[in-house]
Ligand binder design. Structure first.
Ligand code: AMP
Ligand code: GLY
Length: 421
């Protein structure tokens, strides 16, 4: 099969390396890919949002399958466009990807179908938001822009002033554009967070092994929220008992709710969960694989990923047994100094071999480019340094040993991934 993967980050690199293991895979293209991905796939210079360009490329090159990995092309209807052209695609259609791209939609869905989540109200008028927050007078309070905001549209306001600033930035200054036309004001929940990705064809749902993201920029969960600074799998807080509760109260009801709404979800559904004192609750849904969750989950997958993708597309997921390795995995993200705010690009990376890899670990390239045989930094998150081990500690030790051999100017990484248990 000829497979085209849309996207350019560490997640896409992890997906491509797993697809490469399949005997069914003959050729992989990435659009647009990156320097490290170019070692495993042929990168083509088409933007992830260019629907016409992607469809035309897939037709011209007789691509058998397109894997749409990032949120924005899914929300913009990339899968719909491919299907309309008769091309097989993995990922939800736009009418189902809305479960991620509109928080108002997902919150209303959960309320309507009794799926546990934080209490909330929706507003389209900044004055009414503040009147509501003042009447409740309970802090911290969580304020979320409705639409996609690169993972930065959630503000946890500790007091009235912070709430006022957040509402002004989102609704009046339009920091996230139209994503801030509506806001969700939410009750602040506490407890450990768990990421669970699941394959679903809209009939069966098969959860993958669990993982834990580390979203803050600095150690001890300090600093700004990022796309994710590292992950471990499994998540130590996700016991079999909790998994059973989640399946019954969250996972299956969500698939059924989307079907009832005429928005059947096919692809990878990501449950961002918090294990609160009142039980597991949904913090957010994503309509795609997580980044960097994928970097620790897919290396543990034993079943052929191409078989799973075909089963999802053909509504045959229930017939497939999906197997996982028992070995834990850890991923440490090496980022450009300054990320998630401004940072410089173009620094040479040393410590990698000519394929952008390093013995003892698997290196997923998130933001690199290749120039005259040298890998250069080319993004906020640069590398996801990943390892597996007999125990989580062994996996972490291996990942950190590899991190220590890699250097670039102003490199920043967290030293406590997986250690805050
Ligand atoms: P989200 O983009 O919805 O995943 O939110 C980003 C982060 O904000 C989450 O990973 C949580 O750490 C935090 N967060 C979101 N909603 C809540 C909430 N209702 N209570 C406490 N923390 C939250
Ligand atoms: N790591 C969080 C996400 O992919 O949304």
């Amino acid at each position: 099969m000829k497979i085209l993967v849309i996207g350019s980050g560490g997640r896409e690199h992890a997906i491509i390396r797993k697809l490469k293991e399949s005997p069914k895979t003959e050729k992989i293209y990435a659009a647009p890919g990156n320097g490290g991905i170019a070692m495993d796939a042929e990168c083509v210079n088409i933007g992830a949002m260019d629907k016409d360009g992607i469809v035309a490329f897939a037709k011209e090159n007789a691509v058998d399958l397109v894997f749409v990995a990032p949120d924005d092309p899914l929300a913009a209807g990339m899968v719909d466009a491919l299907e309309a052209a008769g091309i097989r695609a993995f990922g939800p259609r736009a009418n189902a990807a809305v479960i991620e791209s509109s928080k108002v939609f997902s919150k209303n869905l959960m309320k309507k179908y009794g799926i546990p989540t934080a209490d909330y109200e929706v507003f389209d008028d900044p004055r009414k938001v503040m009147a509501y927050i003042e009447s409740k007078n309970k802090y911290p309070v969580v304020i979320k822009a409705d639409g996609l905001a690169l993972g930065k549209g959630v503000i946890i306001a500790q007091n009235h002033e912070e709430a006022q600033n957040a509402v002004k930035e989102i609704m009046e200054d339009k920091k996230f554009g139209d994503s801030g036309n509506n806001v969700v004001v939410e009750e602040f929940l506490t407890g450990p967070e768990v990421s669970v990705l699941a394959f679903t064809d809209g009939i069966a749902l098969k959860p993958m092994v669990s993982s834990k993201d580390h979203k803050r920029a600095y150690d001890n969960d300090e600093g700004l929220n990022t796309g994710g600074m590292g992950t471990i799998s499994p998540n130590p807080f996700y016991t079999d008992e909790i998994a059973g509760i989640c399946r019954k109260t969250i996972f299956e009801p969500t698939v059924a709710a989307m079907n009832s709404e005429g928005r059947t979800f096919k692809g990878c559904l990501y449950f961002g969960l918090m294990i609160t004192p009142d039980g597991p609750k949904v913090i957010e849904y994503n309509a795609r694989f997580g980044d960097p969750e994928t970097q620790v989950v897919l290396p543990r997958l034993r079943t052929d990923l191409v078989d799973i993708i075909e089963a999802v597309i053909d509504n045959k997921l229930s017939e497939l047994d999906i197997e996982w390795s028992d070995e834990p995995a850890a991923c440490v993200v090496m980022a450009s100094g300054g990320y998630p705010l401004s940072y410089k690009k173009g620094y040479p990376i040393s410590g990698l071999d000519e394929n952008g890899q390093l013995e003892g670990a698997e290196i997923f390239h998130a933001g690199t480019k290749l120039e005259n045989g040298t890998f250069l930094t080319n993004g906020g998150r640069v590398l996801g340094v990943t390892a597996r081990g007999a125990t989580l500690d062994e996996a972490l030790d291996k990942a950190y040993a590899a991190v220590e051999k890699i250097t670039f100017e102003n490199a920043h990484y967290r030293k406590d991934i997986g250690r805050t248990r």
